[in-house]
Structure formats: structure tokens, C-alpha cells
Design a protein around this ligand. Structure first.
Ligand code: HEM
Length: 521
């Protein structure tokens, strides 16, 4: 008998089981508040675990049930990737936004959700994200100056990936858009010609794909053995980061040498004009902060990789959805949009600039409406409770430290009381609201694509709302405008449905449309 028990095939699982039970009893996560369990059913033997399973396999139903059945109440919302999640009612969205970082912290939650201690080669860059400051300041302030670069890269990207077919031909929207978004965005991050380097784009896009996938799997791995599993699971990310560094480091070394030379002799113009892109701003920031670690070429390359992660998928999903919506909608809408873009461009001497883009309210409305209908944000404002004593919500629920709170987003976007005919794509919904002069100006202006509110969480809301949203909004509007002016598009059938991946919604990645180079009248 003893021999049998000591056999590795019996002993190893037995030890693992005992360790698991001890862990669950004594070391497993925070103690959850006593709240209804979303997804649990009467008669369940293990309501928490059965609910976890149901919520994980049908997260859409879970989000809807949370909002409908528990409209004014907080609930536990266990899913396989996150078992310590509490869904607050939508009436508490503003409460979440208003809490200081010392109580509810976005970064602690993001570090856990993306498992960045494993999925990044240098986790300190996520824990000390000095580049965020540059997004909210320099990048946002430079949008106007960057418009010509973005317009040029957009035209190059479409010429390359959509070409100039004289007859209708099929293109895969997501696959081409992520490539165009990749080069347009990297034009602003690292400049020309690096932004067109296919290898840089492959690694940047690949990283943006690997991190959510790997972190989703890692979060399902039992915590005590996670570091070990991560060693193997994150190997592809390590190799990818290495390849990305190899591509960018020579350029970074040259930039650093030029920067130092310019500092030594500002009159020496032999190094050409200083580039105006994110890499250069990061170098300047690092030098000004005086910490040599910050200007190590690999540190700088890793920051650009992190930016690719934040920008590429989000922007590619958003523009893919907008194109599919437009292609599926009435031709009159496309004609009306074209007329606006052509009219405003003519007023601006045919040149793209920030003011011209700001005037195109129908274009802005198309993007906002498409993001409302298709946003990947299904639950918003995910924040970890970090206050030692926990927090008490307005409805009186005490939530302990270590728990993650969220609020509904998808059900709000679909709510006909807030968005009449919410299931319908009404491209000019927000443009009409903005032109209603009976409404005060501030309220009308709040209907712009990049403006967030408790009813519009596509970019989050409050202090931690997406810092790149003003840049992204301008970039994507320019891309859509270029497309509408340069191509005829046709869906040739029903718009394929979005799908749910983990906690997010994604557009149909294989969907194709028919395109033809437009012959201008
Ligand atoms: C259409 C494109 C984009 C969408 C829909 C989007 C959406 C979001 C959302 C929902 C969040 C979380 C906000 C919250 O929880 O309150 C976020 C955070 C963030 N986004 Fe974006 N984003 C986009 C483009 C970009 C771009 C282009 C950049 C960089 C230039 C960027 C950089 C970031 C960063 C750094 C954060 C984390 C902010 C923080 O930690 O405080 N995003 N984004």
C-alpha cells in the first residue's frame, strides 16, 4: 500500500491537491464581501465555481445579467481569469472615477490583468511609466504639427495595402487596417523610415497580440506555480522583445549620439533637424531626468514596444469596426460624409490640418457612434482596491483590499433610454446632437469622439482615461476620411457579428469588404 502511495503518479497529484486546498484555505486572495454571486443558480453545489464557469463561457450574458438583475446593487462577478471581481452598479460609475489612486488604483489592476511582471522583459517600465506623461503633454500638444506626417503615412499605407483597383476587389479589413495603423502610429513613435520596416511592425503587432493571450492563460494558473509556468509561457514574448530591440537599437544609438552632439554644440547643424517623434521626446525626457538607466537603448526600445501594445490593437479594432459599419450602412450616409469632408477640405485649401479635422463633425460622429456600438470595453474602470481598510461604496458595501471593482459599459452603450434606437448604427447621431443650438455649448461639445463620460467609457473616464485618445481620434478620423475620399466600399452582404474574447469584444477579424479606387467626378 505504502509503495503504491509513493509512486510518482499518485504522490505528485496528491501533494498538488493538498497544496491547493491549503492555499485556498489560507492564502487565496482577499476575503470577498458577502454579495450575491452573479451566475450562481439555486441548487448549485459549488455556487462560486459553477458561476465562474458560466460567466467565463458566456461573459456577454454575465455583463447583461449584472446590469439588469442587479441594477442598483453590487455583485460578485467571478470569471476564470479574475475571481475577485466585484461589479458595481452603473449609478456608482462617478464614485469610482472620483476615488484617489490611494484607494482605487488602475495601475495595480493593469499590472495584475496583464501579468506585466512576467509578460514584460523589464517590468520596471510599467511600474514607472514616465512615458505616460509624454502622451498627455507632448504627444497631445503636437497633434497639429503631426497631421501632415500622419496624412502622408496614411496615404502610403492605403496605397500599399489597398492599392488602386479599378474593379471591385476583396480586402480583409482588420488585417489591412492593423498594418496601416501600425505604420501610421509608428511614424509618430519612431519616424520614417523605421515606421515602414515590416519586421518592426510584425514584432510590434505580435507583442500586442501575445501579451493579452499570455496573460489570460497565466491568470488561470495557480499563483504559487505561476512564476515557474511563466518562465516557459513567456519565452516567445522574450524572443519577440529581443528582436524588437535589435531592430530599433541601432537607430536609438544614432539618435543618442546626435542628441549629445547637439547638446555639446547647438550651432553644429551637421546632424540635420531634430526629429519630432516619440522616440526623440523620450530621449530628451530621459536626459533631462538625469538617470542613465532611462536612456539605455534597450530601455528606450522597450518603451516604444509598450506604446505599440497600448496603441495598435485598440486603434485597429476601432477603425475596423467603423469601416464595417459604414460599408454596411446606406450609400447616402457615405455620400453625406464625403460631402462634409470635401467641403471642409476645400475651405482649408485642400490641406489636412487639425482645424479642418475638428470641423468635420459628421466624421467625428461616425467614429464615436461606431465605438459606442462596438467598443471592446464591456466592463469599464477596472480598479484594484488598494486602501488598507478597503472602500465603502455609496450603497454601503465594504470592499476589502485586493478586490477589483468594475462598472458596466456594454449594457450602458446598448441602453435605449440613453441612446435611442441603441441597436442601430446612426452615423450622425452625435453630429445632430452637437448642432442642436437649443442645448448649451458645453453639453454639445461633450459629444465629441474623444470626450468621455459616465455613459461613454470607450476610452475609460476620469483621471485615468486613455491619455492617447486625442491623438488616436485624430489619426483614425484622418484614416477614415482618406478612405472615404479615395475608395468606394461595399460590404456585399450582412455585417458579420463581433465576438467576445475573454472580457472584451472584438470585431470580426476575418471580415472582408469590396473596395474600388474612387473615380472623382
Ligand atoms: C481608439 C484607440 C484607443 C482606445 C479605444 C483606447 C482605450 C483605452 C482604455 C479603455 C483605457 C483604460 C482607461 C480606463 O480604465 O479608465 C486606455 C488606457 C491607456 N491608453 Fe488607450 N486607447 C486607444 C489608443 C491609445 C493610444 C494611441 C495610446 C498611446 C499613444 C494609448 C495609450 C494608453 C495608455 C498609456 C493607457 C494607460 C493609462 C494609465 O495607465 O493611466 N491608447 N486606453
Amino acid at each position: 500500500m505504502t509503495d503504491f502511495l509513493l509512486r510518482p503518479a499518485v504522490l505528485v497529484p496528491a501533494v498538488a491537491l493538498v497544496a491547493f486546498i491549503i492555499h485556498q484555505l489560507f492564502f487565496a486572495g482577499p476575503k470577498l464581501p458577502k454579495l450575491p454571486i452573479l451566475g450562481a443558480k439555486e441548487g448549485d453545489w459549488f455556487p462560486f465555481y459553477q458561476a465562474t464557469w458560466r460567466n467565463t463561457i458566456n461573459f456577454k450574458a454575465a455583463v447583461q445579467e449584472a446590469d439588469q438583475k442587479y441594477r442598483d446593487q453590487a455583485v460578485l462577478m467571478p470569471v476564470a481569469m479574475a475571481q475577485n471581481m466585484v461589479m458595481l452598479p452603473r449609478s456608482e460609475t462617478q464614485f469610482v472615477t472620483d476615488q484617489p489612486d490611494s484607494k482605487l488604483d488602475m495601475h495595480t489592476q493593469a499590472i495584475d490583468a496583464l501579468q506585466t511582471d512576467y509578460t514584460t522583459t523589464d517590468p520596471s517600465l510599467v511600474r514607472n511609466p514616465v512615458h505616460h506623461k509624454l502622451i498627455t503633454t507632448t504627444l497631445t500638444n503636437q497633434i497639429g504639427n503631426l497631421v501632415p506626417d500622419v496624412a502622408e503615412e496614411t496615404a502610403w499605407g492605403f496605397d500599399n495595402h489597398w492599392g488602386s483597383p479599378t474593379e471591385f476587389q476583396e480586402v480583409c479589413v482588420y488585417d489591412t487596417m492593423r498594418k496601416i495603423v501600425g505604420c501610421v502610429t509608428n511614424r509618430v513613435f519612431v519616424g520614417k523610415p523605421k515606421c515602414r520596416d515590416p519586421a518592426l511592425l510584425v514584432e510590434g503587432m505580435g507583442y500586442a497580440q501575445d501579451v493579452p493571450l499570455t496573460s489570460t492563460v497565466l491568470r488561470m494558473v495557480w499563483k504559487p506555480i505561476r512564476p515557474l509556468v511563466a518562465l516557459f509561457l513567456c519565452l516567445p514574448i522574450r524572443f519577440r522583445t529581443g528582436r524588437f530591440r535589435n531592430i530599433l537599437v541601432p537607430e536609438i544609438k544614432k539618435r543618442l549620439a546626435d542628441y549629445d552632439a547637439r547638446q555639446r554644440d547647438p550651432e553644429d547643424k551637421s546632424h540635420g533637424p531634430e526629429p519630432n517623434d516619440f522616440l526623440q521626446w523620450t530621449i530628451k525626457q530621459a536626459k533631462e531626468m538625469g538617470d542613465p538607466y532611462l536612456w539605455k537603448p534597450t530601455t528606450l526600445a522597450d518603451r516604444i514596444l509598450l506604446l505599440n501594445f497600448a496603441a495598435i490593437h485598440t486603434s485597429s479594432f476601432t477603425i475596423t469596426s467603423a469601416i464595417l459599419e459604414l460599408a454596411a450602412s446606406k450609400q447616402e450616409y457615405i455620400d453625406e460624409l464625403r460631402a462634409e469632408i470635401e467641403g471642409v477640405l476645400a475651405e482649408h485649401g485642400g490641406q489636412w490640418d487639425k482645424r479642418a479635422l475638428a470641423k468635420m463633425q459628421k466624421l467625428d460622429s461616425v467614429m464615436r457612434e461606431s465605438a459606442r456600438l462596438n467598443s471592446f470595453v464591456t466592463i469599464g474602470l477596472s480598479r484594484a482596491v488598494v486602501a488598507k481598510e478597503g472602500i465603502v461604496t455609496p450603497s454601503g458595501v465594504r470592499i476589502p483590499r485586493g478586490v477589483t471593482v468594475n462598472v458596466p459599459s456594454y449594457p450602458v452603450f446598448q441602453d435605449t433610454a440613453i441612446y435611442p434606437d441603441a441597436a442601430e448604427f446612426k452615423p450622425f447621431r452625435f453630429a445632430e446632437q452637437r448642432s442642436d443650438e437649443s442645448v448649451e455649448y458645453v453639453k454639445r461639445a461633450a459629444k465629441a469622439f474623444a470626450t468621455t463620460s459616465t455613459d461613454y467609457l470607450a476610452f475609460g473616464h476620469g483621471r485615468n482615461a486613455c491619455p492617447g485618445r486625442f491623438f488616436a481620434a485624430n489619426e483614425l478620423k484622418l484614416m477614415l476620411a482618406h478612405l472615404v475620399l479615395s475608395y468606394d466600399i461595399d460590404l456585399g452582404g450582412e455585417r458579420p457579428r463581433n465576438s467576445w474574447f475573454g472580457l472584451n469584444r472584438v470585431p470580426p477579424l476575418q471580415a472582408t469588404i469590396r473596395i474600388k479606387k474612387r473615380v472623382k467626378a
